[in-house]
Design a binder for this molecule. Structure first.
Ligand SMILES: Nc1ncnc2c1ncn2[C@@H]1O[C@H](COP(=O)(O)OP(=O)(O)OP(=O)(O)O)[C@@H](O)[C@H]1O
Ligand SMILES: [Mg+2]
Length: 331
């Protein structure tokens, strides 16, 4: 079973996917120095997990790993959160409190959802990083900070700079190594192994003896688009383990989020109340177009045949040149 985040190392994350392997190789390089790292990936792809693994595999392992979610922070609390405050620094400051920079001293400061940071947060963080020192609110004493920075974002920071939403000077300060974590739908070939690992862990937690997944249930899992990535995978597998009565996961045990909403009376009632009579909002997060289903099916069969083009074309009943065209058009 995977170790807890506080002990997770890079070698605990395994993959057979090329994009993910590249990402892990870069992570290993990053772990051997203090170079700032930007982790770019969709929600649920494992940015937080990877940030911990880099820290635990670095020379700073055993020192503090401190997270700061910049998007969830109001500007009024920002400075005190980042740099701490002295007792009496403002109304309600009843005791001296250390900020994130001070807590992370000697270790790693993980700046999450960095692309959503307010401009004030960008200025404050840049200043602390440029000068390597800061003061607590209400104090004149300069404190030095020796922190390794790892950032996470779910969209390109370069684009945010181009849009005028992210400071270029901060971008250059943070942009040491950028690690692109591929979405799960681009890791189809390793879905069976990821599902098996989650199933084993989940069945052990629930003390259930589950020995197999019905082929139709597996086909549903493999054809899904996993917009919530590994987080969605983990929830889906946990639910199917809970729903499974025997030793084999059946197709009806595989429920994805919209199915779950429909099967829960309270959620179904809520959505009925806000839906227009012919509402489509329950499907808003899903791409239900035929071209997308076709592309998923081609990926699914191609993955199941271990990327054997001859066999894939035969199973799909199309020529190899038509298959090649579909493969080129894949996202
Ligand atoms: N390589 C992996 N193998 C198995 N499970 C994983 C892997 N990476 C992440 N997970 C699981 O997926 C879930 C989401 O991971 P994590 O929180 O790191 O994603 P994230 O990219 O930080 O998401 P967000 O953008 O929402 O913060 C967690 O439960 C995590 O344990
Ligand atoms: Mg995260």
């Amino acid at each position: 079973m995977r170790p807890a985040l506080s002990r997770l190392k890079l070698e605990d994350i395994r993959t057979t996917n090329e994009g993910m392997s590249r990402c892990l190789r870069l992570a290993a390089v990053a772990s051997q120095s203090d170079v700032p790292v930007v982790l770019l990936g969709e929600t649920g792809t494992g940015k937080t997990l990877l940030a911990h693994a880099i820290h635990n595999s670095s020379l700073r392992a055993g020192r503090a790993f401190v997270s700061f979610n910049a998007s969830a922070m109001s500007d009024t609390l920002l400075e005190s959160q980042l740099f701490g405050h002295e007792r009496g620094a403002f109304t309600g400051a009843q005791q001296t409190v250390k900020g994130k920079f001070e807590l992370a001293h000697g270790g790693t400061l993980f700046l999450d959802e960095i692309s959503e940071m307010s401009s004030l947060a960008q200025v404050k963080i840049l200043r602390a990083l440029e000068y390597g020192e800061f003061e607590r609110l209400g104090s004149e004493r300069m404190l030095t900070c020796d922190v390794r920075i790892i950032c996470a974002a779910n969209c390109s920071l370069r684009e945010r700079v181009a849009q005028g939403k992210f400071r270029e000077d901060l971008f250059h300060r943070l942009n040491g190594l950028t690690l692109l974590i591929p979405p799960l739908r681009e890791r189809v070939e390793e879905l069976p192994a990821l599902i098996a690992a989650e199933l084993k862990a989940s069945a052990a937690r629930e003390a259930k003896s589950i020995v197999a997944i019905h082929p139709e249930a597996m086909a549903r899992l493999l054809a899904h688009d996993w917009r919530g990535n590994l987080r969605e995978l983990s929830h889906t597998v946990r639910t199917m383990v809970l729903l499974c009565d025997g030793e084999v996961i059946l197709p009806e045990n595989v429920l994805f989020s919209p199915d779950l909403a429909a099967s829960s009376p309270s959620v179904a009632r809520e959505s009925a109340e806000v839906s227009p009579p012919n509402g489509t909002h329950a499907f808003d997060s899903q791409d239900l177009s035929l071209s997308s289903a076709l592309s998923r099916h081609v990926q699914f069969v191609y993955g199941r045949t271990n990327r054997n083009q001859r066999l894939t074309a035969k199973l799909l009943g199309i020529s190899r040149s038509t298959l090649a065209r579909h493969l080129r058009a894949l996202p």
